[in-house]
Design a protein around this ligand. Structure first.
Ligand code: HEC
Length: 163
């Protein structure tokens, strides 16, 4: 089955891959050896904050409202997608679960490209809330701290299957 990879998504992913390949984000030594004999301390800055509980129920509920108003028209009420563009499930996760790609890239894509016909029209807080809602819909657990635009936090979160 062919995975749909639109040019805009590809650009974001390529930029992320280049950034990590160039060591732009790697202020640690040995960045070119993932999975090698990296010392435990190297994982410190990449561990998900709050034990992976990166948004709150309240925030996701706000995000759902913003989603209904600005996104559901094309991506449908249950995020199952429009013309093969679900925002939940294995197909969606697989598209974003790439080396070097984090929630920072995802937020940046959503903010700069969505809603498709009027990108950038939500407030920054609304984009964060919608992203929290998308995380919730993909099985990420809620916690007691809201998702913020703090880059070190966003970069520690990957889009990957949840147990
Ligand atoms: C007018 C229709 C439309 C609206 C409204 C819209 N989208 Fe999209 N969305 C698309 C289309 C078409 C694509 C695929 C093409 C592209 O990437 O530009 C897409 C792609 C996406 C993707 C990438 C999906 C993937 O699997 O990689 C995300 C995430 C996304 N949209 C989120 C949102 C969010 C969040 C909103 C609301 C703020 C929104 N969209 C509003 C049409 C829309």
């Amino acid at each position: 089955m062919k995975v749909i990879h639109t040019s805009r998504i590809s650009n974001i992913l390529t930029a992320a891959l280049l950034a990590s390949a160039c060591g732009q984000d790697a202020d640690r030594s040995g960045g070119g050896q993932p999975g090698g004999d990296a010392p435990a301390v190297a994982n410190e800055s990449t561990a998900p904050p709050g034990g992976g509980k990166v948004y709150t129920e309240t925030q996701a509920a706000r995000g759902q409202t913003a989603y209904q108003n600005h996104c559901a028209f094309c991506h449908l009420d249950d995020l199952s997608g429009f013309r093969g563009l679900p925002l939940t499930g294995p197909e969606f996760i697989a598209r974003w679960n790439e080396p070097g790609v984090t929630l920072e890239n995802f937020l940046s894509f959503v903010t700069s490209a969505m809603p498709q016909e009027e990108p950038g029209t939500l407030r920054p807080q609304e984009y964060l809330d919608v992203v929290a809602y998308i995380l919730q819909a993909n099985g990420y657990p809620a916690g007691d701290r809201e998702l913020t635009a703090e880059p070190s936090v966003l970069r520690a979160i990957r889009i990957e299957p949840q147990e």
